[in-house]
Design a protein around this ligand. Structure first.
Ligand SMILES: Nc1ncnc2c1ncn2[C@@H]1O[C@H](COP(=O)(O)OP(=O)(O)OP(=O)(O)O)[C@@H](O)[C@H]1O
Length: 591
């Protein structure tokens, strides 16, 4: 029992801490919140006053009151209804406006958090889960900001004022209602531990099914070509069933809570009716006040039921808050602790010195004592079988992770001593999979340097041998690229990426060579554009093609995380060691 109490206490603290963190976001919007809470309170109070007045008039008519007694109240009734409508509109408008402004801030904060921890974090999280946090969980927070935070205060104020109004009818009546109010208010809190668990469970299951759906869309091509539709649908069905089960459990508890709330509020109204009857029989209350007492006692419970309904959803809200904060509070993979940019731009010379690296402590080393240098303006190709550690080298050069031992330096300066933004400004990456945004081709290339003029963008496109292709499109540079835009071949996309890189004009270039081969014309144009891009830059290429090996000034051959050989293609072939058998095996595999 004591354990249960301690657990419940702990959960309450966690709960409150979660909500307190959310309330901080309301602070800048306190004026909007104040307007929303007062209009919400008056909206309810005008409604209750209108109903009480109508009930009083019915009571008056039933006990023989004449027209001349009733008529004067009708304009008051009309005024109350009009005021109620105005207040309702103000409340809805302001509460939603505040909620959406906060949500925009939240989404931006989550994106910034993701950017801060990317890509290490993204590699460990399914994109559907992230989408779920970004969209669905943030949407749940809208519920909190627009319908919970202010409404809670409104409901408390309205029930208290209505209780006072009931007391004005007869001072004994509030006593018949108060105990039930307390019981009713506490129902969702008794069931809260279960609500929390179930809320978390439904959100997790929802995130799971979102991940599956995103997987299904992203991997649609593979699903179709491998005839995996049935298998995939079975998986989707399994996850849907799991979500369904979780929702049924959640629904059962909601139903149980709802039933309890209705029973208690009905009992309270019966008590008021009984007490009123007793007071009327004893001549201590006028008969015409009976309908007013009933209406007021019903009205007290409307906001309390609203609060209870909100509290029933606290489980889902807390789960969403937890997930949003989990993203926002994920620690950075690397610390940007450099004091400032170096006084002079470092020489574009890269050195790996006795580098040891593993992705996580519990995993094996993927780079073991790797040392090599890339001189200024030189091109070095990283060569090796899949999993040898080539991509890891370029990830470390961009400082997505930090090395565990040894050092990587640019111009003799350890990467950890350079501010991250400065470091990433020194380096341009041309990846294997080029992502084009749903924007014009002009904007897609301009990503390389946002302030570039249209003439500079065209110049870069010319040097990347993609200008003619672009001008041949119906809308030229204004043609929309990306998912919803014009379809481009792999080679064309790569040349767009090269134009981007040319525009960025950084001294160091990292290229992850595409594995797929292109048709002769595309390949020729690509090689020419790469030549333009490499000119004068220090380049590291994750290389897969013999032509690239031959062209490079130096090869760094990796095997299972170790550097086994280094030298030019010709030197290594004549040596007849690891590299020469590597290229023979590549050639054999290709033929
Ligand atoms: N994010 C990660 N977390 C854990 N291990 C990883 C991660 N990324 C890569 N590895 C592991 O590190 C090793 C080196 O991988 P890396 O991607 O650097 O090889 P690679 O030579 O670039 O291979 P490929 O040519 O197939 O891209 C592999 O064993 C791989 O499984």
């Amino acid at each position: 029992m004591r354990g249960g109490t301690a657990l419940s206490g702990l959960l309450t603290r966690v709960h409150l801490a979660g909500f307190a963190r959310l309330l901080v976001y309301l602070r800048p919007y306190w004026k909007g919140m104040a307007i929303s809470v007062s209009s919400g309170t008056f909206h309810h109070l005008f409604a209750i006053a209108g109903m009480a007045l109508a009930a009083y008039l019915v009571g008056l008519a039933a006990t023989g009151g004449g027209r001349e007694q009733i008529w004067p109240f009708l304009p008051v009734l009309a005024l109350l209804v009009t005021l109620r409508v105005i207040m309702y509109f103000t409340d809805m408008y302001v509460a939603h406006e505040v909620a959406f402004r906060i949500l925009v801030e939240f989404r931006i904060k989550i994106y910034q958090a993701v950017e801060r921890v990317a890509p290490a974090y993204l590699l460990n999280m399914r994109s559907g889960q992230l989408a779920s946090t970004l969209m669905a969980d943030t949407e749940v927070l809208e519920w909190f900001f627009a319908h919970t935070a202010g409404s809670f205060l409104v409901a408390v104020l309205v029930s208290l004022v209505t209780l006072v109004m009931l007391g004005l009818v007869h001072w004994l009546l509030p006593l018949a209602v108060l105990p039930w109010m307390i019981v009713l208010f506490s129902v969702p809190f008794w069931l809260r531990i279960r609500a929390d668990r179930q809320g978390r469970d439904t959100r997790d299951k929802l995130a799971e099914i979102n991940s599956e759906a995103v997987d299904g869309v992203q991997g649609l091509r593979e699903i179709i070509s491998f005839n995996y539709e049935k298998g995939f649908l079975d998986r989707l069905r399994l996850y849907s069933d799991r979500l369904g089960h979780s929702l049924v459990v959640y629904g059962k508890r909601l139903g149980f809570e709802g039933a309890m709330l209705n029973i208690f509020s009905s009992l309270a109204i019966i008590c008021v009716l009984g007490l009123s009857a007793y007071l009327i029989v004893n001549g201590r209350m006028g008969y015409s006040w009976l309908p007013v007492a009933v209406i007021l006692s019903v009205s007290i419970f409307i906001p309390i039921l609203e609060i209870s309904n909100m509290a029933r959803n606290f489980g889902i809200i807390t789960a969403a808050v937890d997930r949003v904060y989990a993203v926002m509070e994920t620690p950075e993979t690397v610390r940007d602790s450099a004091a400032g940019a170096p006084a002079a731009v470092p020489k574009a010379e890269i050195s790996f010195g006795e580098v040891w690296f593993r992705y996580r402590n519990e995993l094996p080393d993927v780079l073991k004592n790797v040392s090599f240098t890339v001189g200024e303006g030189e091109t070095v190709a990283l060569v090796g079988h899949s999993g040898a550690g080539k991509t890891t080298c370029i990830n470390l050069l961009q400082r997505f992770w930090d090395v565990q031992r040894g050092r990587i330096a640019i111009g003799g300066i350890d990467l950890r001593e350079l501010p991250l933004e400065y470091l990433r400004g020194l380096i341009t990456v041309v990846p294997q999979d080029i992502y084009l945004f749903n924007a014009s081709i002009m904007e897609n290339i301009r990503l390389g340097r946002p302030e570039a003029t249209a003439a500079e963008v065209r110049e870069a496109a010319r040097a990347a041998y993609i200008h003619e292709f672009i001008t041949g499109l119906p809308d030229g540079y204004d043609t929309v690229a990306g998912e919803r835009g014009v379809k481009m071949s792999g080679g064309q996309k790569q040349r767009i990426a090269i134009a981007r890189a040319l525009l960025k004009n950084s001294p160091i270039l990292i290229m992850d060579e595409a594995l797929s081969s292109l048709d002769t014309e595309n390949e020729r144009l690509l090689q020419k554009s790469i030549k333009n891009l490499r000119r004068g830059r220090t380049t590291i290429i994750v290389a897969h093609r013999l032509s690239t090996f031959r062209d490079a000034d130096k090869l760094v051959v990796l095997d299972n995380g170790e550097m086994v050989e280094t030298g030019t293609h010709a030197e290594l072939v004549s040596k007849g060691g690891y590299y020469s058998s590597f290229i023979s095996s590549q050639a054999a595999a290709a033929s």
